[in-house]
Design a binder for this molecule. Structure first.
Ligand code: MG
Length: 161
């Protein structure tokens, strides 16, 4: 059975325009060169496992909540402006995302850095500042989920559980 945190985290991702398929496509982007027979279904499977982790749900809930409060201009200064303009030196969005990357060990960090730099697929959409939406936390969370799922895939391909 799904608990309230998982249910809400999944619902909020959907409401913010992020589907499991988008996350799975990022995993495919990161891993297909190492696993030529990789299918999207397998990527979905690993993303689902990542989303079932409590640390991951907590990061999703916290990040999306702050993004939404920033959109509604409900934060106090200087935080309101920092989140609204997605200030590069803020860094707490990345720190929160690291709690997701960490779940499957340090190999996730390389994947996270790589995907954060190239911003493929859904990440390009989330970084479109003309949308009027604030995804300061969500873009890092999405990259981190893909990186963690990639690590999980790599571990399972290596015969670990
Ligand atoms: Mg960010």
């Amino acid at each position: 059975m799904m608990n309230l945190s998982e249910e809400t985290a999944r619902k909020w991702l959907h409401e913010r325009g992020v589907e499991v398929k988008d996350l799975a496509e990022l995993v495919m982007f990161l891993q297909q060169k190492y696993h030529p027979n990789l299918t999207l279904d397998t990527c979905v499977e690993h993303v689902e496992k990542v989303l079932s982790k409590r640390e991951v749900q907590n990061a999703i809930l916290t990040g999306i909540q702050l993004d939404r409060l920033a959109e509604k201009k409900m934060l106090e200064e200087p935080l309101q402006s920092i989140l609204e303009v997605d200030e590069g030196l803020y860094g707490v969005d990345e720190i929160l995302a690291f709690s997701i990357v960490n779940v499957y060990g340090s190999i996730g960090f390389t994947n996270y850095g790589y995907i954060d730099k190239l911003k493929p697929g859904i990440l390009e959409k989330l970084n479109d500042k003309s949308s009027g939406l604030c995804h300061t936390f969500l873009d890092d969370i999405v990259g981190a989920i893909a990186a963690a799922a990639s690590s999980r895939l790599a571990h399972s391909a290596a015969g670990e559980s």
